[in-house]
Design a protein around this ligand. Structure first.
Ligand SMILES: [Zn+2]
Ligand SMILES: [Zn+2]
Length: 343
């Protein structure tokens, strides 16, 4: 089959590789669309240690079942599917409690690290355990389904945030996931949604997609502005989608007493936080990882247009042109958001 393989750091090659073989409990999916994730772009130079060549990356994908293993009963050839980016084991303490994102034996598709190498979906075919599949509703296209993983990250983060109807929410970071968080907060019944970023184009997009206010962090006093929108109190909840010391501290300072911060971004391995503020203002701080069973709900939201991804997709070129698009993303070409490769 054809695949886009990271053959050495910073070098992607489109060409022939052996077809994947399926085990008895696996299905073979003919991939139709696969999104390029920021983690693939950052990972291709070796800096994260999680894309060790040779590896076929790609974990945001959808396609059609081409073959099924002997033990597979619930899926058949021709089914339109998407799948979790995580291969969870289904048997550990966490999996049995439905916390599949915290699985002890979690493998991410298209990742190779110290512990494992799991080829992903920048290819014609990918072999997957049946338990990670989700059926695609007719109303959802392959391109939309290739966005379900980032959507699920946003929806999961909102899901674990204690949002009440009419709450004011601050979203720090209006990149891909931040823009999806804005939409998920709207669905969750937030009142005022305030987006914070450094780039005016992203703030504009955030406002188109449901934010009421866009604050350019280097041009205003974010905390003061948030207070002016909340009777001087501060926001009920904040979601941080960057993962730097400054942005986390902005999010914390924007909260009212008793407010909750959910952290999705994790660019820095460590940040400093104001401990006494956290304690004396009784704030709640939570981390949010991947998704935990929200994919069907996300597909429904996409199908109904409650969350839209069209404005976030910059291009849908063929897999054969993937290397060039990776390079453009790696060079941080301005205005380039999600690129989805047709496989
Ligand atoms: Zn991803
Ligand atoms: Zn498990």
């Amino acid at each position: 089959m054809k695949a886009l393989t990271l053959t050495e750091y910073k070098s992607l090659v489109f060409g022939d590789v052996p077809d994947p073989r399926i085990a008895d409990d696996e299905v073979l999916v003919r991939v139709r669309a696969c999104g390029i994730c920021g983690s693939d772009v950052h990972g291709m130079d070796g800096s994260t240690g999680r894309r060790r060549p040779p590896i076929i990356m790609g974990h945001e994908a959808a396609g059609v079942i081409a073959d099924v293993g002997k033990q597979v009963k619930d899926w058949k050839k021709g089914d339109r599917v998407t799948f979790d980016s995580t291969v969870f084991c289904g048997a550990c303490w966490y999996c049995k409690r439905g916390l599949i994102n915290l699985c002890d034996h979690r493998r991410v598709l298209g990742v190779s690290c110290d512990d494992y190498r799991q080829h992903g979906a920048f290819a014609e075919y990918v072999a997957l355990p049946q338990r990670i599949l989700y059926a695609l509703p007719d109303s959802v296209t392959f391109e939309q389904a290739a966005m379900v993983e980032p959507v699920s990250i946003a929806v999961h983060a909102v899901e674990i945030t204690p949002v009440s109807l009419g709450d004011t929410a601050v979203v720090v970071g209006a990149g891909m996931v931040g823009l999806l968080v804005v939409q998920a907060l709207r669905v969750a019944g937030c009142g005022k949604i305030i987006a914070v970023d450094l780039e005016p184009e992203k703030l504009e997009l955030a406002q188109k997609l449901g934010a009421d206010v866009g604050l350019k962090a280097d041009e205003c006093d974010v905390v003061q502005e948030v207070r002016s929108h909340t009777h001087g109190r501060g926001a009920d909840v904040a979601l941080e989608v960057v993962g730097l010391s400054t942005s986390i501290n902005t999010a914390i300072a924007s909260l009212r007493k008793g407010g909750s911060l959910t952290v999705v971004g994790n660019l820095s391995p460590k940040v400093e936080i104001p401990l006494q503020v956290l304690v004396t203002r009784q704030l709640t701080l939570a981390g949010s990882c991947a998704n935990s069973g929200e994919v069907p709900a996300c597909l429904d939201l996409l199908g109904r247009g409650a969350i839209t991804t069209e404005a976030l997709v910059s291009a849908t070129p063929p897999l054969a042109e993937g290397a060039a698009w990776f390079n453009r993303l790696y060079a941080r070409e301005p205005g380039l958001l999600k690129v989805i490769l047709h496989c």
